[in-house]
Design a protein around this ligand. Sequence first.
Ligand code: TRP
Ligand code: SF4
Length: 335
Amino acid sequence: MVQRIVTGMRSTGKLHLGHYLGVIQNLVELQNKYESFFFVADWHALTTKYDKTETLRQDINDVVIDWLASGIDPDKATIYVQSLVPEIAELNIYLGMITPQNWVERDPTLKDMAKILRTKEGLNSQIGFGLMGYPVLMTADILMFNADAVPVGSDQIAHIEITRDIARRFNNIYKTDYFKEPAALLNDCALICGLDGNKMGKSFQNDIKISDTEEVTSKKIMTAITDRSRLRKDDPGHPDECEVVFKYWKIFGSEEQIAQVRSECEKGQRGCADCKRQLGALINEKLRPIREKRKYYEAHPEEVRRIILEGSEKARIQARKTLLDVRELIGMYQK
Ligand code: TRP
Ligand code: SF4
């Protein structure tokens, strides 16, 4: 039988190359092999941004448009918005009942999020009840579709552990084997670093967006750090210490191009400015078809909306079935 995967992305707005290379490319492959449920986790976004909802709708659209432009195919994968499948909230209630409080309190990912929130918003910021429930809601997302596996980054492993624990506890309490214990399917693509050598992220202003124009992309690449020991163009360079530019070459270039950049750099035959100009052109060339598709969807918002609504309805059919079973297993009043 075909195995099923579920994964969500918080609605953070326009996605960057780190998302594209690390996550989306992977999903484009996986949708051919698995029955796939991909959703925008807007409730999860609310756990920390409940007071900044002006851009929420547009952010959801932008994520979906980036997915579609990158090759996620609504005929292969079910694409939906979490809050348009309200059954998930009901499952969240049942799972919350059986989850011991200290399981969520010791969740390391949640602790990290709380720390970031505190540094950003100041010490007085409160951790909401909703944020405490983050891993339980995520469990509801996954168990609702009884996923075999969950494609995620390594930062989400702790959450998947909790999901497995909650699934097991449900099965124990209600004497069933209804829920599978899903496995994490780790993105194996190496993280792409930002232009300053740190992790790429929109809050660090070191990212290249899928939706950036070619001009902006080229300009951003020109700001990337290079081998700092090089002062003049004919100084021999050290590509392996050129953390950003050469790393990008290794991701986007052909074997031949990579070898050429390495050899010219090491021999002092390649200036860093030229090197970055060429790299910018190469990245733009690779992203061109995706960006064109992106423009198409931007110009056809009604089509994006239809995809979201149809996907969400499809997801709900499965969700209703699961809920009916879960209510029966727990012993809830049935209609
Ligand atoms: N917590 C995930 C992240 O921040 C997003 C997410 C929410 C998710 N629900 C999920 C991922 C269910 C996988 C499965 O990236
Ligand atoms: Fe890096 Fe290219 Fe400069 Fe070499 S020539 S240090 S690879 S930017």
